[in-house]
Design a protein around this ligand. Structure first.
Ligand SMILES: NC(=O)c1ccc[n+]([C@@H]2O[C@H](COP(=O)([O-])OP(=O)(O)OC[C@H]3O[C@@H](n4cnc5c(N)ncnc54)[C@H](OP(=O)(O)O)[C@@H]3O)[C@@H](O)[C@H]2O)c1
Length: 240
């Protein structure tokens, strides 16, 4: 199945996994609708890919509901078709329960759960028209909660619940919904995780964002009669 000419809305497109997915999609001639706050990065992507595909950029802060509403409105008005929606924007925090900041929990909830919920809700009628594909970048922490990451894990478990329930509702409209549960992936977020853990960071030991992008594209290439619902990806535990 050719993906050329399809249109993908990608959140968190300015960095890490979302960036790798956007670049891989552009190489396959998928038109890009890029969301993030780092507009200089998104504009740089536009200048690299605009000769090959249509690239639209929307600066959207997921902490602000009005900005999500406005972006969704603009996408519906100006883009017209959405074949693929990729949720990759996300924040991380860690810390023991007693030291946890409630404002950090509120931010995690807003960016990692509420924003993708609202954006999906607003774009769903347009996605249904194309019998599209929704892809949610989740975490191994969305399946199992270990000590020290109660807030991040709680929100990622919530994202799993949202995704599973959504799938149950929209499959009848021909919309497929895929969750990817990732282990440690070499992105700026993982560098930050290592800093919090006070560990030295060796990105080559981890999943590369390009590997995730390749898996996403493979799933999109599966005939529409078949749906992949969940993929668990982790770094190979090679003994050195
Ligand atoms: N890296 C890992 O080891 C790992 C493992 C499992 C799951 N994940 C998940 O993978 C997803 C992508 O993470 P990543 O590793 O690629 O991290 P990253 O490199 O830090 O990228 C995070 C992205 O989220 C966007 N973002 C953050 N706050 C935002 C806000 N307030 N409004 C709008 N966008 C915001 C950032 O865009 P701007 O800065 O432009 O706003 C950026 O593009 C996240 O959901 C993360 O939880 C990552």
């Amino acid at each position: 199945m050719s993906l050329a000419g399809k249109t993908a809305v990608i959140t968190g497109a300015s960095s890490g996994i979302g960036y790798a997915i956007a670049c891989h999609m552009a190489s396959l001639k998928i038109n890009l609708v890029l969301l993030g706050r780092n507009t200089s990065k998104l504009e740089e992507m536009r200048s690299v890919y605009q000769d090959r595909v249509c690239v639209d950029v929307f600066r959207t802060d997921f902490l602000e509901e009005s900005q999500i509403q406005e972006t969704a409105h603009q996408i519906i008005e100006n883009i017209d078709t959405i074949d693929i929606l990729v949720h990759s924007a996300g924040l991380y925090s860690r810390g023991e329960f007693t030291a946890s900041s409630m404002s950090a929990l509120d931010e995690l909830y807003l960016v990692n759960l509420r924003a993708p919920f609202l954006l999906t809700k607003l774009l769903l009628p347009t996605i249904k028209k194309k019998e599209g594909q929704i892809i949610v970048i989740n975490s191994s922490c969305g399946l199992k909660a270990n000590a020290g990451i109660s807030q991040y894990s709680a929100v990622k478990h919530g994202v799993k619940a949202m995704t599973d329930s959504l799938r149950g509702e929209v499959n009848k409209d021909g919309v497929r919904v895929l969750s990817l549960f990732l282990g440690r992936t070499a992105t700026p977020m993982q560098a930050f995780v290592h800093k919090l853990e006070k560990k030295s960071y060796h990105p080559a030991n981890f999943i590369q964002p390009e590997d995730v992008a390749e898996i996403v594209i493979s799933s999109l290439n599966i005939p529409h009669r078949t749906e992949i619902t969940d993929i668990i990806i982790r770094p190979t535990m090679k003994l050195s």
